[in-house]
Design a protein around this ligand. Sequence first.
Ligand code: PMP
Length: 442
Amino acid sequence: MGEGATDVGSASRAIFDAACAVIPGGVNSATRAVGAPWAFTRAEGARMWDADGREYLDYHAAFGAILLGHCDPRVDEPVRETIGRIDLTGYGVTELEVEYGRLVCESIASVDTSLATNTGTEATLQAVRLARAITGRRYVVKFQGNFHGWHDAVARNVISPPERAYKLDPLSAGILPDAFAATLIAEYNDVGSVQALFDEYPEQIAAVIFEAIPHNVGALLPTREFSDGLRELTRREGALLICDEVITGFRHGLGGYQAVLELEPDLTTFGKGIANGYPVAGIGGRRELMERFSSAGGDVVVAGTFNGHAVGMAAAVATMTHLRDHGDDFYPRVHALGARMREGLQRIADELGIAATAAGFGSVFCLYFMDGPIRGYRDLMRNDDAAYVAFHRRMTERGILMLPLSLKRNHVSDAHTEEDVDRTLEVAEEVLRELAEEGVLA
Ligand code: PMP
C-alpha cells in the first residue's frame, strides 16, 4: 500500500461517518483522527480492537495514560466496588479523597499538599494562576516544544517564526492576545536563554514551567545542569518553578522524574498514568504556597464540579497503591522493556544504514528520523516527518499502534511482554527495510 489513504475497515468508516454528523471532525479531542479515522470497540491489556475486529498492539496507550494496561482488573475492580457505593457528593470531602491526597504526598517528595483536578490542563492553569497570585507578576516562561495543555497561558510554543511550521503558534484561534504576549519562550536545556528573559523582564516573571522530560517532542532528556540551573535561577529571581510531570509522573517512578533529577520544584502538576486511564490529574507543592488555594482563607479559587469524583479517586488510589507496593517489580520490568525496544530499533536502523535515532526513558520510546545528537528543540527541525508518517502508517497496517504524530513518543505498559516487543521489532525491521528499499528513507 502506498502512502495515500490508510486502509480503514468498513465498520470503522461507518462509525466515523456517523460521528462526523454529530461531533465536529468526528472526534472529541485534537489529533485523534490523524492518520486514519478508526473506531475502537474494545481494549484489554496491551491490545485494542477496532470495529472491524482487527487487533492492535497498543503503544499509543492513550497518550501515556494507560500505565498498567487497558481495563486492568487491579484498577477496575476497586472502581466497580466504588460505583455501587458512592459517586459524587458535591459537598464536603470523602475518605477516598483523603487516601488519594495521602498517596500523592507520600509519593512526590516536593508535594506537601495537593488538589485533584480532572485534566492536566486544569492543573497547569491553576499552577500558573497561583504563581501569578503569589508573585504579583505578569509573565510566565515556557520552553519550545513543551506542551502543558490547551489553556491560553501556555498556548505559545516557538521563539522565531520559521519554527512555526512545526506547530500552531498560538496553539489555537481565539487565544487572548494578552495571554499570548504574557507567555515568554525559552530554549530547553539552555539556562542562558531563561536568564536572558529574566534580564529583559526584571521582577516581572511569575514562573518558569517545564516538562520534566519533554515527551511532547519525543524525549529530550534534561541535563542536570539545566534542571539545577532552573532551580537556582528561579529561586534567585523570586519566581516559582513549576515541574510538569503530567506524562512523567508515576510513569517514570513513584516520585516522578524530579526524583531522578534530585530536583525540588515549588509546584508539580501530574495526571495521565496516576489513574491508569481514568480522568484524574492534580497540582501539588509546598504547603505555604498551596494554602493560597485553601477555601478557609486562601484567595486563589479552585472550583470544579467533578474534582475528586469517587470513580477517579478509586482508580488513582488503586494505581498508586499498586505502584507503591509493587514498584520494585513494576519499574525495572517496564524500564527493561522500554530499553529493549530502544536498543532494538537503533540496531535495526544502524544495520539498514538509516538515519534514525531511538530515544526515550524508562517505558517511553520514540524513533526520530534523523541522526543525533539531539539536545534541543531546534535540532528536531532536521527530523524527516514524511518518513515517520510512512513508518507509522505501515506499522499500523501490520497491527502495531503508535502515536500518529512525528516527534511524539510511545509507551509500554505493565501488560506488554518481551514477546510483544520482539514482535514489534520484527515488524519494524520489515517496514524500515521496505521503506529504505523504496527510497522513502534517507
Ligand atoms: N502537560 C503535559 C506535559 C501533557 O503532555 C499534557 C497532555 N498531553 C497536559 C499537560 C495536558 O493534560 P490533559 O490532556 O489531561 O489536559
